[in-house]
Design a protein around this ligand. Structure first.
Ligand code: CA
Length: 368
């Protein structure tokens, strides 16, 4: 059981880490391609190393920034960073080998839409029905979408990760493995590391007390520290945001996130469509331009997409393709609400799975 759960957990985070990168990541080669792993190769994986991060130039700069620009105490920061560990396991997990198989929607979907997760989802929904209802009333986001996200992210809090966030983020900020987008990723994780210290101050928490995924995502909804500061809410009214221990805070924060990413109450999500395979069809150019709904139904029809009359003409759509192994690719028109979910995790597979899981949990509940 433990192993199965770990595999599932690992898959979940591997999937999320892949999906966390932009759909069209830059392929430019980095000019700084030294290998930080070389120094650590004699160490066992999973063994925290007592790297003295305070001696690293980049860490000293970050301490300067937190101290000079944000007013945090330098001595406290020095003491805290002296306890931060480099994690070889994080370096290995962040950069999985490229997939050798075709993207496969059916296989991906089956990993999440399965009996254990449906049961856990129904139990979670029953236990937190009042809070889910309150989030729906306040933010306009249906309970089943929130239930879908929590199910895909952490199976309702069963797999929130137990890696200390400062260790994971410091490792990725200062010792990211050599990849094409290394500089951009290090900058991203350095900022997230900075956010941990600001978040801790705002919530009167210990920055070394946060635990999460190998990529630094925290709690039931797996928010990065910066997203917690921007989008999370205290939804149980205890005066602080705690996404690891408060399901109410997790529920409210997901609704808040989607609301702030353009969620429109009562608007539909997705419609299946067919596409023309004539060589002059222009719809392929409408995929993956950006994560937003910006074309009309009429524009899709002109580009060779066959729509049906139940697709409202008054709102905008984006074209969603789900590659399905050897089977034909599936096409959908997604609304602004679909793309709000895709902003949570930049993947069509992810957004579609959230929608399908939420719906499946609702149906499972109705059968109980
Ligand atoms: Ca709270």
């Amino acid at each position: 059981m433990k192993n199965l759960r770990f595999v599932s957990f690992l898959f979940s985070f591997l999937a999320l880490s892949i999906l966390a990168t932009p759909l069209h990541a830059e392929t430019k080669k980095s000019s700084k391609r030294h290998n930080p792993k070389a120094v650590h190769e004699s160490k066992q994986v999973d063994e925290p190393e007592f790297t003295n991060f305070t001696q690293w130039r980049g860490v000293a700069d970050l301490i300067d920034e937190l101290s000079d620009q944000h007013g945090l105490q330098r001595e406290t920061l020095n003491a805290q960073f002296s306890k931060v560990h480099y994690l070889e396991s994080v370096v290995k997990l962040i950069n999985p080998p490229p997939p050798t198989k075709l993207k496969n929607w059916t296989v991906y979907r089956e990993r999440f839409i399965e009996p254990t997760r449906l049961r856990a989802g129904a139990a979670f929904w029953k236990k937190h029905e009042a809070v889910l209802h309150r989030a729906q009333t306040e933010f306009g986001v249906p309970a089943e979408i929130i239930v879908g996200i929590l199910g895909v992210e952490t199976m309702y809090g069963k797999m929130t990760g137990n890696i200390r966030v400062v260790d994971a983020l410091a490792t990725l900020a200062f010792a990211y493995p050599p990849t094409a987008n290394r500089d951009a990723r290090m900058k991203y994780f350095r900022d997230e590391l900075k956010q941990v210290f600001l978040l801790a101050r705002e919530n009167d928490m210990d920055p070394l007390g946060f635990y999460g995924s190998f990529a630094g995502a925290i709690g039931l909804p797996q928010f990065m520290p910066g997203s917690i500061r921007r989008f999370a809410v205290d939804f149980d009214g205890d005066g602080k945001i705690d996404l690891r221990n408060s399901p109410a805070d997790a529920i409210g924060s997901i609704a808040s996130f989607l609301s702030q990413h353009g969620w429109r109450t009562e608007e539909p999500l997705i419609f299946p469509v067919k596409v023309s395979h004539q060589t002059d069809a222009t719809w392929p150019g409408m995929i993956g331009q950006s994560l937003e709904a910006k074309f009309t139904r009429e524009e899709f029809e002109q580009a060779g997409v066959t729509t049906s009359s139940d697709i409202p003409a008054a709102i905008s759509y984006g074209l969603v393709d789900l590659q399905d192994g050897e089977r034909p690719t599936l096409y959908w028109l997604g609304t602004t609400n679909f793309f709000a979910i895709a902003q949570y995790n930049r993947s069509f597979f992810y957004a579609m799975t959230v929608i399908e899981l939420g719906k499946a949990v609702r149906q499972h509940r109705q059968r109980l």
